[in-house]
Design a protein around this ligand. Structure first.
Ligand code: NAD
Length: 499
């Protein structure tokens, strides 16, 4: 009997009503493990109504009390991190160690949100003119929506939702249909932490649920993380409804390896950043750009045996470096891109398409693949592969490496490996990319800094977490106040000035 998953609305599990369900898989075995309901328009409506009611009291709750819930959630999530990580891995396929890292990056945002009273402090100027003081207030927006991808089913809802609710909003998360169990568990944990019912909701669904949130007049803001095609649609549809929208999207992250780089470090970095989580990270490195022929030859020579030695396995195998990819369709797509790369003339140094894992023959596994001599006109280079495939695109010199990075449509993350501060500094200034690593392959900023890409990796102005998230999830009011003793008599018909 398959497990029937639910929604989590108003502090409780709610059965799906639309009659539409999707199958959820264990990617390691290829087996269907549960069915998840796809919300219909009426369920979207009811969830928004419920969240709206919850919003009034929550918005009026003093920020130190909201912070107390964040402190409680931090403790609960820390205590339950292993359980949560296992739930993630069972549907995502990533190793439990990797999932533990994801949970920690979610907890990091909760820790940041514990300081919400401080983060919400406004500005004050006294005596701006004629006994007038001016101060600013940041108020929550209402019911805000979060649409999240499969690759971080706990971390991404935390990155957006935690800051949304800390600011006093209620939050409806529409998680990925691929791995809904961890987001549902998060819903329960919030209730345990004392968050009032209806403030954090999980509404499972597909385009119907997303469109329901996008078109609803009681949802003033949407935060999206996922592919560029859907993110652009969400951004355009939402902003056309006068909503505030931020959309964090696809990527093709380069790592430039300069001739003076520490090669041991660079190779280790490429292995982890290219193949960790089976390459299914928006900050994965998918293109290595060695500068100069000898750097490239050395890099390929060192990478080849390491890629061949990668160990894939189910999340229950603690020795596995990476797990399967998310679906059989994703596996097919990656295999096709590898075949296309060969047709396009790239040199397939390691072919990861053949996997034999006893007992897991139906799992969605791929070994690591490595391509050399990839050029910028190839599909292999242009498309986000989102799998364990690393391309080496050789550059003649520093300037052509920078030109390559800037010529790609995506600009999420990038790294440079070098021993020269001068090179690193020029690189950081010249690349049009949101997050830059200097000898750091996956430069995901900590929760108190900002996350966000450039070019077609992001739509909207504000970044995720960090102080800008407070701006995204609140509206600013500015009050100019003069008390009676400062008021001179008589009407004034000219433009008020402070002279
Ligand atoms: P996706 O775009 O397929 O799905 C993201 C969300 O959109 C899911 O909740 C999904 O149900 C919903 N969705 C899918 N099709 C839709 C449609 N037609 N209309 C409305 N909603 C729809 O992305 P994914 O495969 O879950 O995640 C992988 C992608 O996410 C990659 O491109 C990756 O780079 C990106 N990503 C980006 C970041 C970032 O911060 N830039 C972080 C993580 C993942």
């Amino acid at each position: 009997m398959l497990k029937e998953l639910t929604h989590y609305v108003g502090g409780q599990h709610i059965k799906g009503e639309s009659g539409r369900v999707l199958e959820v898989f264990n990617p390691a075995t290829g087996e269907v493990t549960s069915k998840v309901p796809m919300a219909g328009a009426e369920e979207v409506e009811k969830t928004i109504e419920n969240a709206q009611v919850a919003f009034y009291d929550w918005a009026a709750t003093p920020s130190p009390k909201r912070a107390a819930v964040m402190f409680a959630m931090r403790e609960i999530m820390s205590q339950r991190r292993e359980e949560l990580a296992t739930v993630i891995s069972a549907e995502h396929g990533k190793t439990v160690d990797d999932a533990l890292g994801e949970v920690q990056r979610g907890i990091d945002v909760i820790e940041f949100a514990c300081g919400i009273p401080h983060l919400l402090k406004g500005e004050l100027s006294t005596d701006v003119g004629g006994g007038i003081d001016t101060f600013s207030i940041r108020e929550p927006l209402g019911v805000v929506g979060g649409i999240t991808p499969f690759n971080f089913p706990v971390m991404v809802p935390c990155w957006m939702g935690v800051m949304a609710v800390a600011c006093g909003n209620s939050f409806i998360c529409k998680p990925s249909e691929r791995n809904p169990s961890a987001p549902l568990m998060m819903g329960e944990l919030w209730t345990e932490a004392g968050l009032p019912d209806g403030v954090w909701n999980i509404l499972n669904g597909d385009k119907i649920a997303v469109d329901g949130l996008l078109m609803h007049s009681d949802v003033p803001a949407i935060s999206f993380v996922g592919s560029t095609a859907i993110g652009e649609y969400v951004y355009q549809t939402g902003t056309a409804q006068n909503k505030r929208v931020q959309a964090f999207c696809g990527a093709k992250n380069h790592m430039v390896v300069m001739p003076d780089a520490d090669m041991d470090q660079a190779v280790d970095a490429l292995m982890g950043a290219g193949y960790g989580s089976a390459g299914e990270r928006c900050m994965a490195i998918s293109v290595a750009v060695p500068v100069g022929k000898s750097t490239a030859d050395e890099l390929v020579k060192r990478l080849k045996p390491r890629v061949q030695a990668l160990k894939v396995g189910p999340y229950t195998d603690i020795e596995a470096d990476m797990g399967p990819v998310i679906t059989s369709q994703a596996k097919d797509r990656i295999e096709k891109l590898i075949a296309k790369g060969e047709e396009e003339g790239a040199e397939l140094v390691v072919d990861g398409r053949k996997v034999s894992l006893q007992g897991y023959e139906n799992g969605f596994f791929l070994n690591g693949s490595l391509f050399d001599r990839v050029t910028t006109d190839m599909d292999l280079y242009k498309q986000e592969i989102f799998g364990p495939v690393l391309s080496i695109a050789r550059a003649q010199d520093f300037d052509s490496a920078v030109e390559m990075v800037n010529g790609h449509e995506y600009g999420n993350g990038v790294a440079v490996f070098t021993q020269s501060g001068d090179v690193a500094r020029s690189f950081s200034k010249q690349v049009d990319v949101g997050m830059i690593g200097v000898n750091v392959p996956i430069p995901v900023p900590m929760a108190f800094h900002h996350f966000g890409g450039s070019k077609r990796s992001k739509f909207g102005d504000t970044q995720m977490h960090g102080p800008q998230s407070v701006h995204f999830f609140t509206k600013l009011k500015t009050v100019s106040a003069r008390w009676p003793s400062g008021i001179e008599g008589g009407a004034q018909f000219t433009m008020p000035t402070n002279r």
